[in-house]
Design a protein around this ligand. Structure first.
Ligand code: BG6
Length: 478
């Protein structure tokens, strides 16, 4: 088998988000956030993609798996020790905004929340693991959603600035790698998680969406500048959900359509955050949809000055597009739609598996931006079975990860500068789109089930030992 030579210092590790692992949703003065009001089970995706969600907790009807999650809040020491056993160089996690500012609009941060992340960062450093921190990962304070209308309200920029200033000052000696908004472009498909508001049926979906993006771009640029000022030498990236778009065939109409979808979904946000300006193609789109953004004095200058140092990306699937697709089978379950690609298999949740697409995507991104790329999410959500002797043989996951890591190796040889890989859900966690525990991604199994039962005991899966070997050999032993 071909050996890959990853660069010295390649950032191997795993990725999570606060709301999907921590639990302790009321502890340490934490306030409620969006994830706390999202029910578990397959209904969650419908809620996320439909208009009119009311952001209320209804315990009669639903369970709320993020409330306890996998209890990382109390078990972080045990979990970090397991990451260290695999040899993680980095651990991607997020800070829950509501632990630091429970309602989002306070003037002073919550000391208990700040102290919690101090303990987590110290524990990581004790094991020689560098934290990679997402500032906002689908965890907007609920108060900002309900009282301010989420990111469509410009005032939220001020609250975000207060939040980032507090965490940069507090953790300036502990965190070198940062990212602003998780999968910022997911606001197009799941505005509740990404932008903090539900599109109302009667309202024009375009204007509020782009206005909210504009506020996030300004907020991101402020965060980048503050990070560089407060923590010299720190690296701060954007984070996009990257699902390269293929044209269904060589019909130029379909090729053009695929290009338009590619630019809008995959590149629009990155263009602004990396290049510091709105791309030319969006002007035509705004004109045709009568969108006039409210851009205030200084916004565009701020965006220009606050460009990111690297691109963080999640990669799970590609998407195949055709202009008129009514006669073709839709790609079942592919989160971002498109039509079924006959060359690809799909996961149990219908996400099409395409390692070659990762190589293609990394090349495309590097050709376009020429700044370092960091694959901060990739993995296989699958049902795992615990054998009688307690072992878990997840060879399907090993195959998936091996093929994707090879694709990164190829992309590096092609000339793309990929600085790291953090596999998603390195420990089993609550699924973001389905709220299930049974959609497992981890190297570490957590005994927790969709009905809320389980001891929360951790177990090493077969992939745990495999990944340890990958890191030990810097990607040579795949
Ligand atoms: C990304 C998110 O979309 O994909 C994560 O950043 C999420 O939060 C991951 O968990 C996998 O998606 P899911 O729906 O399987 O949890």
């Amino acid at each position: 088998m071909k050996k890959y030579h990853f660069p010295e210092g390649f950032l191997w590790g795993g990725a999570t988000a606060a709301n999907q692992i921590e639990g302790g949703f009321h502890e340490g003065n934490k306030g409620l956030n969006i994830a706390d009001v999202l029910p578990g089970g397959k209904e969650r995706l419908t809620i996320l993609q439909s208009p009119g969600f009311d952001f209320q907790i209804d315990r009669e009807k639903y369970d709320y798996p993020n409330h306890e999650a996998i209890d990382f809040y109390h078990r972080y020491k045990e979990d970090i020790a397991l990451f260290a056993e695999m040899g993680f160089k980095v651990f991607r996690m997020s800070i829950a905004w509501t632990r630091i500012f429970p309602n989002g609009d306070e003037l002073e941060p919550n000391e208990e929340g700040l102290a919690f992340y101090d303990r987590v960062f110290d524990e990581l450093h004790k094991h020689g693991i560098e934290p990679v921190v997402t500032i906002s990962h689908y965890e907007m304070p609920l108060n900002l959603v309900k009282e301010y209308g989420g990111w469509r309200n410009r005032e939220v920029i001020t609250f975000f600035e207060r939040y980032v200033t507090a965490i940069f000052n507090r953790y300036k000696n502990k965190v070198k790698y940062w990212m602003t908004f998780n999968e910022i472009n997911s606001g197009f498909i799941m505005p509740i998680q990404g932008l903090g508001f539900a599109i109302q049926q009667e309202e024009d979906k375009y204007k509020p969406t782009f206005q909210a993006f504009h506020h996030q771009f300004v907020a991101s640029s402020i965060a980048v500048k503050a990070c560089h000022d407060i923590i010299p030498g720190a690296q701060i990236g954007c984070m996009i959900l990257y699902a390269p778009v293929y044209s269904y065939d060589s019909n130029p109409k379909n090729v053009m359509y695929a290009l338009q979808e590619e630019r809008m979904f995959n590149y629009f946000c990155a263009d602004v955050q990396v290049r510091g300006e709105y791309p030319a193609f969006i002007q035509r789109y705004f004109k045709e949809h009568n969108i006039e953004l409210n851009i205030q004095d200084g916004d565009l200058e701020s965006i220009k000055e606050g460009t990111v140092d690297y691109i963080g990306l999640s990669y799970y699937m590609t998407r195949t597009e055709k202009k008129e697709k009514s006669d073709l089978e839709a790609s079942e379950g592919n989160l971002i739609g498109g039509i079924k690609n006959p060359f690809l298999q799909a996961s149990d949740w219908g996400w099409e598996i395409d390692p070659e697409g990762l190589r293609i995507g990394l090349n495309q991104l590097y050709d376009r931006y020429q700044i370092p790329l960091f694959v901060v999410e990739n993995g296989l959500g699958a049902y795992d079975k615990v054998e009688k002797d307690g072992s878990i043989h997840d060879d399907y996951r090993i195959d998936y990860l091996r093929n994707h890591i090879k694709a990164i190796g190829e992309a590096n040889e092609d000339g793309a500068e990929v600085i790291g890989y953090t596999s998603w859900g390195c420990i089993d966690l609550v699924s973001a789109s389905s709220g299930e525990f049974s959609k497992r991604y981890g190297f570490i199994y957590v005994d927790k089930h969709d009905d809320g039962s389980g001891t929360l005991e951790r177990k090493r899966k077969e992939s745990f030992f495999w990944y340890k070997g990958v890191i030990e050999t810097n990607g040579e032993n795949l």
